[in-house]
Design a binder for this molecule. Sequence first.
Ligand code: CU
Length: 164
Amino acid sequence: MKHTYTNQGNSLIIILIVLGVIIGGVLYYKGAKSEKDALEASLPSSFADTNTSPVMENASPEIGAEDTMMEAAPLKEFAVEGKNFEFSVKEIRVAKDDFVRVNFTSMDGTHDWRVSGYDVGTAVVDTGKSSSIDFKADTVGTFEFYCSVGSHRQMGMVGKLIVE
Ligand SMILES: [Cu+2]
């Protein structure tokens, strides 16, 4: 008799626990759903309509601005022209860890712009064509930049990249 009573007591506790879990689950689901609805309701002016409504692009310029990588370090940009057989810029000086962009244009002949010791360079371009290269100046030192076409380097198509 006592044994049976104990079992009934245990069953009641189990039923209460199961009910609690079910009720808790329903409440959690509703809560999550309303959070999701609230999130979606706050989005139309930014993410939700970005793909379908180009007009909205200017409405949310602040989105992602804080995450922009370009703000991490300054971008130092240089325009370099090449001809037979010299560069318009003989020396490029930057600070360590600067992001460097070289916009190279051939004014006459087929040339490129490469940095010895950095293993970076533009494409080889013909007269009137341009090519750009981006790199991070992460190694301090003085490096020779040069044109890798034919014997242009030996003929004087060189300069100095100084990272300090
Ligand atoms: Cu050249």
